[in-house]
Each structure stands twice: as structure tokens, then as C-alpha cells.
Design a protein around this ligand. Sequence first.
Ligand SMILES: *[C@@H]1O[C@H](CO)[C@@H](O)[C@H](O)[C@H]1NC(C)=O
Ligand SMILES: *[C@@H]1O[C@H](CO)[C@@H](O)[C@H](O)[C@H]1NC(C)=O
Length: 219
Amino acid sequence: MASKHLMALAVLAVMLSCTSSAPQSAYKARQQRQFSNNLQQAFPRQTNVPRPVSNFLRNGVPSGAQLINVQPLLPAISARLPDNYTLIRPNTVDTFRCSGDEFPNGYRNYGYYADVDNECQIFHVCLPLQQLYPGNFTNAITYQFSFICPAYTIFTQDALVCAWSTEAVPCEYAEQLYSVNDYFFSDKGLDGESYGKKVSFSGTETRNGRSLSGLPDMG
Ligand SMILES: *[C@@H]1O[C@H](CO)[C@@H](O)[C@H](O)[C@H]1NC(C)=O
Ligand SMILES: *[C@@H]1O[C@H](CO)[C@@H](O)[C@H](O)[C@H]1NC(C)=O
């Protein structure tokens, strides 16, 4: 009886030593605390760096956080498109940019842009973090995503979709229509009229007895 008891204890001990993650995570937490203490000594409460950066330096970053306040590297266009894109367009040039000194703010506004140098078979999405989150980004940090339209279609800059090349706005007019992107985040249509309204949603409203939690008011 006693030996059975001992055996059970031994098994339990082995199981604990194998599976227990508690001591390890306590160790991790201790290390993290130590790390952030060191940081607090190295970076006392003085702020000639931007506040988010100094907060991170003093308190450490949440786990899983990434350093995003740096200009992302733009891979070559061949790496941005699906690897069989040459079946649709064999000769692609890599000239379109979402950011650069040639733009007044250092970037193009958020939006969808036909790539005229590639005969509008390719389009790009520009994502300038500084425009979208002006409080968080003091540098122009702009992401560029590139896409290719299916065969026989091109990106039509008026509707921001791929359309049969016979029905799309001819590519030579695309650049004149880039300004359609200025209508994102606006309640004005292309005709200058107001449509709908921007709402700040509290998350507690209902319509027809249905909770609209999380849904913006489209009416
Ligand atoms: C390219 O590859 C994707 C994914 O496998 C496929 O869906 C698509 O049809 C291919 N495109 C062409 C033009 O073959
Ligand atoms: C952006 O800034 C606001 C206000 O300072 C802050 O509440 C928010 O957490 C920040 N967002 C990110 C992604 O850093």
C-alpha cells in the first residue's frame, strides 16, 4: 500500500517536472521586470524622444509588439506579385512609388492607384500610416501593396476595380483620376454632394430592435 502510494507520488513528481510551465513563466516574468527596471534606469523620465517611444523605453513593449515606426523596405515588384504574374504580364517595370520626396507630404494619400507605366494591368494600394494615424507617427511611414489584374482586364481608376480593358477608363486618363482617393474618409461624393454622414458609434444603439454593436450606421 505504502509503496503504491510512493509510486504515485513519484509519477506525479515526474509529470510535474515535465509539464509544469509555472516556474518557467515566473522566471520569464522576473526577467521581464528586471529588463524594464534596467530600461527605467537607462531612460529616466525625460522626453526629448516622442512619447510613445519613451513609454516603450521606460516600460518595455507588450509581448508580440513589433517595431513599426521605421520605413518598411519595399521588395522588388516580382516579390510583391504572385509568382506566376508573368503569365499575365511578362515585362513589368517597378517604377510606381507610394512615398518619396516628389510628394508634398512625402507620400501619396491612402488609396488605390493604377500603375500607368504597366498599362494599368497592375495597381497599388498606398497605406501612409502618418495620414491615418497622425498622432502616432511623426515620420512618413508608408506601406505599398501591389496587385495584378486578371488577364484581359486593367485597373479602372474611376471605380477602383479591375474591369475588361474594353470597358475600363483608358489607362492614359488614370493619373487624372488619382484624386478619387481623396474621397476616402470623407462624406462627399465625386459630384461634391454629401452622402450619409460620418458617425462616431457608441456601440449601444439598436435599430429595428436589433443591436448594432460594432456596425457603423450606414443610413
Ligand atoms: C496563378 O496562380 C494562382 C494560384 O495558384 C492561380 O489561382 C491563378 O489562376 C494563376 N494565374 C494564372 C494566370 O495562371
Ligand atoms: C495612437 O495614439 C493614441 C493617442 O495618443 C493612443 O491612444 C493609441 O494607443 C495609439 N495607437 C497605437 C497603435 O500606437
